[in-house]
Design a protein around this ligand. Structure first.
Ligand code: FUL
Length: 516
């Protein structure tokens, strides 16, 4: 057992991943011909002249993302219909063929410039599946895709993420699916944008497995390598525009991708953090009919606390409308979310005393109260780790006076991998020690929201199961912000049924990837 655990804890993020884990909330903009036709999946035959926003203002989009509390944005530079939002050399099916700015417009440029103006990161979504390009389904399409990547990664400043969608319905056009030259794409991205994470069908960020805004309860970053191979072969991605995909809320294919039991069946592992991608509306693109179906703040908070607060990344979609603006209902929601995040951060309570098992030299318990990191490497400036491995670790935190506390934030230093497997939090309410929370994984960020706030001046975190010993960079208590996380009805049941119905798939994968 010892040597497999050594193997698991030797798997750590690279610098790109560490930085993204710090800036773990970004905004998606789905925009293009679909915005004007009311479609989710365009067929690649729509006349580009329909693209005619009268008040397009990308500053407003990026400001909305910033107001929501995000760190960056990702624009659908080309969705499945093949229409390019920049004047590409690879096809005439692009922004130059539209009335927008008399064919002189470039939406990619506008968004990247707005990002520079507001100090936000800029990312590109470039759909591999292309329903318009005549070269699709032939080897020549790989050249087209690489030229598109080259244009996007050379002319628009720094790019933090290249998002490659696995969705494909080529059969709908009577075509064979493209043999994508992924290795060539990845090498090109590494060369042109060495700081960019390659997400979804890529090696750096794992698609969580659903579009309903659900992360796993126990999200692991160290997973069998097959999780990445599956992304690449797209078995799991959307294959039809039947409006049902996003509804499949509980469709996280495997509820466990990283426990010891699960890992024991495999030999090869990678660091592969999950990203929850979800829209604030039922659709990814803007539809006027959905103006009153924008999520409530409560629904967004459930997503936020279980993704950003659950060791996952969050990519939240705000679709610009036909004027080229984010609709006021969405803007309002973005502001509410941002204010909540801001106010909640300020509720961090000052710790009077923190006691923990004897620390390794230079890594005292007090290090856990500091929340600073190196912007370049993504590593924390300080962290706590016990001197010895002893199975159970109990950390006691005292406040100078009683406060109403409803959440604790814990962060592991991922330079030492992800280690905590089980923990409990107890609060001293003056009469007894009361268990207020229990959880499994922590990873780079776990916000433990208690079912009910508790009035206390002393909390104890007990790490009851851990791979070797823990490395904790942050532990903070927060004053009650009134948040209660409610799982949607029948979530677990739906997940159970789904998992059972995928049993054949799991078996099939296991045959290919499990230890021989
Ligand atoms: C899916 C696509 O088919 C949707 O249109 C959307 O872009 C979403 C983010 O990914 O797979």
């Amino acid at each position: 057992m010892a040597d497999v655990i050594d193997k698991y804890v030797s798997i750590v993020p690279d610098v790109r991943q560490k930085r993204l884990q710090r800036e773990n909330f970004n905004v998606f903009f789905h925009y293009g011909l679909n915005t004007f036709t009311g479609k989710e999946w365009g067929d690649g035959k729509v006349d580009p002249s329909v693209f005619d926003p009268d008040r397009q203002n990308t500053d407003q989009w990026v400001k909305t993302a910033k107001d929501a509390g995000a760190y960056g944005v990702i624009l659908t530079c080309k969705h499945h219909d093949g229409f390019c939002l920049w004047p590409t050399s690879t096809t005439s099916y692009n922004i130059s063929a539209t009335p927008y700015k008399n064919g002189k417009g470039d939406v990619v440029k506008e968004v990247s410039e707005s990002c520079a103006k507001y100090g936000m990161k800029f990312g590109v979504y470039l759909s591999p599946w292309d329903r318009n390009h005549p070269a699709y389904s032939t080897p020549a399409y790989n050249d087209v895709y690489c030229t598109q990547l080259t244009e996007l990664l050379s002319n628009y400043g720094d790019v933090f993420c290249v998002w490659m969608d696995g969705a494909c319905g080529a059969y709908m056009d009577g075509k064979e699916k493209q043999e994508y030259d992924w290795d060539r794409y990845f090498a090109l991205i590494r060369k042109l944008a060495p700081n960019a994470c390659i997400s979804n069908c890529g090696p750096d960020v794992r698609w969580v497995g659903n579009e309903g805004g659900f992360a796993r309860e126990s999200e692991w970053n160290v997973v069998p390598k097959f999780a990445y191979d599956i992304q690449t072969i797209e078995d799991n991605s959307q294959k039809a525009d039947d409006g049902k995909f996003a509804e499949k809320g509980a469709d996280v294919v495997f509820s466990d991708l990283g426990s010891r039991k699960f890992l024991s069946r495999y030999d090869n592992f990678i660091w592969y953090p999950a990203e929850v991608d979800v829209s604030v509306r039922p659709g990814w693109f803007y539809h006027k009919s959905q103006d009153n179906m924008v999520r409530s703040l409560d629904s967004l908070l459930r997503i936020y606390y279980t993704s950003v607060g659950g060791n996952s990344l969050l990519l939240l979609n705000f679709p610009p409308d036909r004027h080229g603006l984010i609709h006021e209902n969405d803007v309002k929601l973005a502001k509410e979310l941002g204010k909540h995040i801001d106010d909640s951060r300020k509720q961090l309570l000052e710790i009077k005393e923190i006691k923990a098992p004897l620390a390794e030299k230079g890594h005292d318990p007090a290090c856990m109260t500091e929340d600073l990191y190196d912007k370049k490497t993504g590593d924390p400036l300080s962290y706590y780790t016990p001197a010895e491995e002893n199975g159970i670790y109990s950390i006691e935190i005292r406040l100078s006076e009683k406060k109403k506390v409803n959440r604790v934030r814990i962060a592991e230093n991922t330079a030492f991998s992800q280690r905590i497997e089980k923990f409990e939090i107890y609060a001293d309410n003056g009469r007894k020690l009361k268990k207020v929370y229990e959880g499994s994984t922590v990873g780079y960020n776990r916000i433990c929201v208690f079912p009910k706030a508790v009035l206390t001046d002393k909390l104890t975190l007990v790490i009851s199961k851990c791979r070797k010993k823990p490395y904790i960079e942050f532990l903070g208590l927060y004053e009650d912000n009134g948040v209660v996380i409610r799982k949607p009805r029948f979530f677990r049941l739906k997940q159970f049924i789904h998992e059972r119905s995928y049993k054949w798939f799991i078996e099939k994968e296991n045959k290919k990837y499990c230890k021989k």
